[in-house]
Design a protein around this ligand. Structure first.
Ligand code: 5CA
Length: 463
């Protein structure tokens, strides 16, 4: 993409309404524009990051054996009356009446709708286990929408629902989700810690939230710092293997980690003092096992292997896709702007032409652009008639992990400059060497167990 042809409405001033770094930076980098309180338009660069995050979520869900689908945003109130949640959900639910006077609502989550689909089509244990998920807009009329996309009213969420014949298989589904979430967040460059939490309006006893540590997080968390040493890395997991998933869950849930809702001072006190940590965290996902809470009242039953009709055991599993855009920035920025992790960056590499109109510089930039594209990468070429300082400031603000700077002086010696956004370190090298190095960095990122070959699906083709 050439910057002169893109739509990147960067703001010079720091918007006064934004209280936290991610909100400020998303506005300044022209990623979002508020449409009304807690509701945002996603401008091209914000949309690109959102879709990159969505693609990782899809890939990891599919890898774990879960099946994508799509449910609508508007739902009929009747289903929610069946589960009893129409009245329980309260003011957070946006209620709408259609022209026939029928009660509708903008879905805050989808347990009822998915249970209705299940009961209409599945009747035997032979069709289980089954996990269906979708990524769809949700609406919760939050009393205090704030921090930009972090606590929106309209937000984008992955919600998955497992259906199993008995407790043990449902717990395997719970564990499988935990394992796939660990992979998912790590691919986005995040450390998200599973913490025992409270289930709120979704219900059930077993629930973990995934929290990214950040001073601006809304949750208070307590943990054993030993958990920070755990990494998922490039281990290959057989998601059908119960023992393997259980072992990984045990590894991550043995060190103490809880939100304030479930915090236990006595247990906490047993951790060696230097490892006892209190901090704030951003909740980027939550998994629940709630058994037959919805299947029983809504009649989602299957015939088991003894010929008995039993309600299915269910759980639901959410990832805050739009919140993640803010959470990643919160975890990865400096005073000059965003620093995208390689896994979610909107463009892989920036190209800055220090002297637009100079024949040699223009040609070198065009050559770099072509070479990067041939390596399967997407560059953003700043080809505007701007001062070098302004171009660098824009690149730092929008946070592409790598930048190649091209100027007539360097070209006389046959070199360009490759700069790492995270460390600020620059190195001079030939254009060919710069392209090879950037390509190598992304190739190793994609193959380090994070992106081993999968059947290409339609999710990849248009990103
Ligand atoms: N049905 C369950 C699991 S699918 C559910 O709704 N879980 S949830 O309430 O925990 O939401 C899942 C994730 O959505 C949260 O972990 C959080 O990351 C994100 N989320 C929740 N509310 C908001 C909001 N107002 N703005 C942005 N993201 C949100």
């Amino acid at each position: 993409m050439r910057l002169s042809r893109y739509f990147l409405p960067v703001l010079k001033e720091t918007p006064s309404e934004a209280q936290i770094a991610s909100h400020r930076l998303m506005l300044r980098a022209g990623m979002i524009k508020q449409a009304s309180a807690g509701i945002y338009s996603w401008l091209p660069m914000g949309f690109k990051v959102l879709k990159k995050i969505e693609a990782i979520v899809h890939e990891e869900q599919i890898r774990a054996g879960h099946i994508p689908m799509l449910m609508p945003t508007l739902q009929s109130a009747d289903l929610w009356r069946e589960s009893g949640r129409y009245d329980d959900y309260g003011e957070e639910m946006l209620r709408i009446t259609d022209r026939h006077g029928r009660d509708m609502l903008y879905g805050p989550t989808n347990e009822e709708l998915i249970t209705d689909i299940f009961r209409s089509h599945v009747g035997s244990y032979k069709d289980l286990p089954l996990t269906l998920y979708h990524i769809q807009w949700k609406f919760r009329d939050e009393i205090r929408p704030r921090f930009g996309v972090m606590r929106g009213r309209e937000f984008y969420m992955k919600d998955g629902y497992n259906f199993d014949t008995d407790y043990n298989s449902a717990i395997h589904a719970y564990n499988r989700h935990m394992v796939s979430y660990l992979r998912t967040y790590e691919r986005m460059g995040l450390k998200a810690i599973p913490m025992r939490a409270d289930s709120g309006p979704i219900g059930g006893d077993d629930t973990h939230e995934f929290l990214v540590l950040a001073d601006t997080g809304e949750s208070e968390v307590f943990y054993d710092s030993a958990i920070l040493d755990l990494t998922f890395g490039d281990r290959q997991v057989n998601f059908d293997d119960r023992a393997e998933c259980t072992a990984i869950v045990k590894e991550w849930t043995t060190p103490y980690a809880r939100t304030d809702e479930t915090h236990d001072e006595a247990l906490f006190a047993q951790i060696p003092e230097d490892r006892r940590k209190t901090s704030r965290g951003i909740e980027v996902g939550q998994i629940f096992y709630f058994g037959t809470k919805y299947s029983e009242p809504m009649g989602a039953v299957v015939t088991n292997d003894k010929g008995e009709r039993v309600p299915v055991h269910m759980g639901s599993h959410g990832i805050g896709v739009s919140r993640l855009v803010g959470a990643i920035i919160e975890a990865s920025h400096d005073e000059n702007g965003i620093i995208w992790p390689e896994g979610v960056t909107p463009f892989h590499c920036g190209i800055v032409n220090l002297k637009q109109g100079d024949t040699a510089a223009d040609a070198a930039c065009a050559g770099l652009y072509k070479a990067l594209v041939e390596k399967g990468l997407e560059p953003l070429y700043d080809d505007r008639e701007e001062r070098a300082g302004a171009k660098f400031a824009t690149m730092d603000l929008i946070g592409l992990p790598w930048r190649i700077t091209v100027g007539p002086r360097g070209l006389k010696n046959g070199v360009v400059e490759l700069t790492c956004r995270r460390t600020g370190e620059s190195e001079e090298m030939t254009p060919e060497a710069a392209v090879a190095k950037v390509a190598e960095i992304y190739a190793s990122h994609h193959t380090a167990g994070h992106w081993e070959p999968m059947a290409k699906s339609s999710f990849h083709t248009w990103l």
